[in-house]
Design a protein around this ligand. Structure first.
Ligand SMILES: NC(=O)c1ccc[n+]([C@@H]2O[C@H](COP(=O)([O-])OP(=O)(O)OC[C@H]3O[C@@H](n4cnc5c(N)ncnc54)[C@H](OP(=O)(O)O)[C@@H]3O)[C@@H](O)[C@H]2O)c1
Length: 274
């Protein structure tokens, strides 16, 4: 289950990540992270914005899994943009998570309150703080999240170190093809957030229900496997232990070409916010 991909700097990243967005209840958050690690996940994704870095750190410690076996990501909060703020707040995240390095640190959003008119400069300045922390060894890899083509066009010519990851929303119905193409051409790995969003709609889709019978897999497992076959790194979360186990059982089957094509053209009737 610990299939990995290799980032542009040679670092390996486990393909399946356990996410922690909306793990708001402290006990649920601690347990979720602990269960994920106990059940073999080795990649945990959090963010300053989720307000749960302390609980994520606690879950890691309670799991007993050595820190060096875990790939740990957090993201810069929107109100911590700017060179000085970003520099300071990286240390705050390290403190809350109880670690002296992060495997990956991302700029969470490219256009934030207070920087509506100067987001171009803001991203370049903020990125400089990440580059320095990377060079200092505090961050083993650095990247961006929710960056679209225009944001990449601004940052890429103005950075010394190219982002290694772009974490965006991709799943059947939301493909962000231009962003994926540009990110990959620059050498970034795509991480997929909210990959399970289509579940309710897909449960009403006869062709997909048939696929669950054909592969003996749930819709959740098909959606996560879809990401793997698209060479995305899916991040998925549940606060339920049985679902945490279910979501990890995606490396012992393959969706055939015809069914991948069905997912590729499948139309999502949910909200498209990126
Ligand atoms: N960069 C960004 O801006 C951004 C934005 C959003 C998310 N993320 C990251 O990406 C991670 C994944 O996104 P997400 O949290 O939206 O996760 P997701 O895995 O797409 O969906 C999670 C939802 O599906 C439910 N679920 C989980 N497993 C299930 C299963 N096997 N069957 C049916 N329902 C299931 C969960 O409920 P229960 O918990 O009740 O099981 C939860 O409501 C986040 O946790 C976060 O780390 C990043």
């Amino acid at each position: 289950m610990n299939k990995t991909m290799t980032l542009a700097n040679g670092q390996t990243i486990p393909v399946l990540g356990y996410g922690t967005w909306r793990n708001n209840d402290p006990k649920e958050c601690v347990n979720g992270v602990k269960w994920a690690l106990e059940h073999g996940y080795r990649h945990i994704d959090t963010a300053q914005m989720y307000g749960n870095e302390t609980e994520v750190g606690e879950g890691i410690r309670l799991s007993g899994v050595p820190r060096e076996e875990i790939y740990l990501t957090t993201k810069l909060n929107n109100d911590n943009h700017g060179y000085e703020n970003a520099k300071r707040t990286i240390d705050e995240s390290l403190e809350r998570l109880g670690t002296d390095y992060l495997d990956l640190f991302l700029i969470h959003w490219p256009e934030v309150k207070g920087h509506e008119d100067d987001w171009e400069t803001d991203n370049i300045e903020t990125w400089r703080a990440l580059e320095e922390a990377y060079e200092a060894g505090k961050l083993k890899a650095i990247g961006v999240s929710n960056f679209k083509v225009k944001h990449l066009e601004n940052l890429l010519p103005n950075c010394r170190i190219t982002p290694m990851v772009n974490q965006i929303r991709v799943h059947p119905g939301i493909h962000q093809a231009e962003t994926v193409k540009m990110s990959r051409e620059a050498g970034m790995i795509i991480e997929a957030w909210s990959p399970l969003s289509p579940i309710p709609q897909m449960l009403e889709d006869e062709a997909i229900v048939e696929m669950t019978e054909k592969y003996h897999k749930t819709v959740a497992q098909l959606l996560l496997r879809y990401c793997v076959q698209k060479d995305y790194v899916p991040l998925t979360k549940s606060v339920h232990e049985d679902r945490i186990i279910e979501n990890a059982a995606i490396f012992n089957f393959k969706i055939d070409e015809e069914d991948m094509a069905y997912f590729d053209q499948w139309e999502w009737d949910g909200e498209v916010f990126n």
